[in-house]
Design a protein around this ligand. Structure first.
Ligand code: SAM
Length: 275
């Protein structure tokens, strides 16, 4: 496997930044709220379930699980994110930890949710195997992934614009493809190998809400880690060109509403049962 030390450093340092944590919570609010509901449906969250929400972030999935009566533990390696989550969901418990090495005994939980966390794992197979380990047999997992390059939506537009207009010398540390698990042929064998059966992939028509077209660029630049690293290191002219390109996408493909624009940010939910 490729050396992912620099990738892990980028992820840890990025999410530890309180401004990025808040930028993500605000910028991705609309999409993550919808997906949190779908993740909670997929694991059948209810009053009798003990759920571990990995990569809990600002607590959007934990809040939905908790609203359904589940006992929720949220885990994240970012103290900045955990501080936000504790305010959002005071009745859940949150711990700082690494999803690659979960500090709970085997078979501790009825369900595991991971809202947009797997794309940040340096080793997704290991993260999924850890989730399987802490689940009881028959327990459920559900995780979400944004559709990326080539998809018709915010992430697809971003990577297309960076590819066409960006400085090709700006590269990222080597890490797993952030969007690969939207592909059934990749997700199914990987999730099965981690210890699950009945692997299902479901498309979700999630959308981002932005006030002004020029702010789609800022959503990525100020509320993400991998995408932000690609944008921040672009020279000024390239940043401006990418911003303008995203503005034209929002104007041609976004939907105007009373608070600004809604733009597609399609995602996929992968769900499965612990064997
Ligand atoms: C994109 S945010 C997702 C937040 C939230 N779950 C949601 O659905 O919007 C990713 C979160 O995963 C956390 N994270 C990334 N890699 C992690 C790891 N190896 N262990 C624990 N947390 C991790 C980050 O700190 C961040 O809070």
């Amino acid at each position: 496997m490729a050396d992912t030390i620099d990738f892990e450093k980028m992820e840890r340092e990025g999410w530890a930044n309180p401004a990025i944590a808040k930028g993500y919570a605000d910028g991705f609010e609309l999409a993550t709220l919808l997906v949190a509901k779908r993740l909670s449906d997929a694991v059948l969250a209810g009053p009798n379930s003990m759920v571990l929400d990995l990569c809990t972030g600002h607590g959007v999935v934990a809040a939905e699980l908790s609203a359904r009566g589940a006992s929720v533990t949220g885990l994240d390696f970012s103290a900045a994110m955990i501080s936000l989550a504790q305010v959002t969901v005071p009745n859940a418990s949150f711990i700082q930890g690494d999803a690659m090495s979960i500090n709970f005994p085997d078979q501790s939980f009825d369900a595991v949710t991971i809202g947009f966390g797997v794309p940040h794992f340096p080793d997704p197979e290991r993260g999924l195997a850890e989730a399987a380990r802490v689940l009881k047999p028959g327990g459920r997992i559900a995780f979400s992934i944004w559709k990326g390059k080539g998809s018709d939506g915010a992430f697809g537009w971003l990577f297309d614009a960076v590819g066409r207009l960006g400085d090709p010398s700006v590269t990222l540390p080597t890490g797993p493809d952030a969007h690969m698990l939207v592909d059934h042929f990749i997700a199914k064998p990987m999730v099965t190998k981690a210890g699950f059966v009945d692997v299902q992939l479901t498309d979700v028509a999630s959308e981002l809400g932005i006030r002004l077209p020029k702010l789609l660029f800022d959503t990525f630049d100020q509320g993400a880690v991998r995408a932000a690293s690609l944008l921040r290191r672009q020279p000024k002219a390239q940043r401006a060109a990418i911003r303008e390109d995203l503005v034209s996408q929002v104007l041609s493909q976004g939907t105007k509403d009373k608070s600004g624009y809604r733009v597609p940010a399609p995602s996929v939910i992968v769900s499965a049962i612990r064997s």
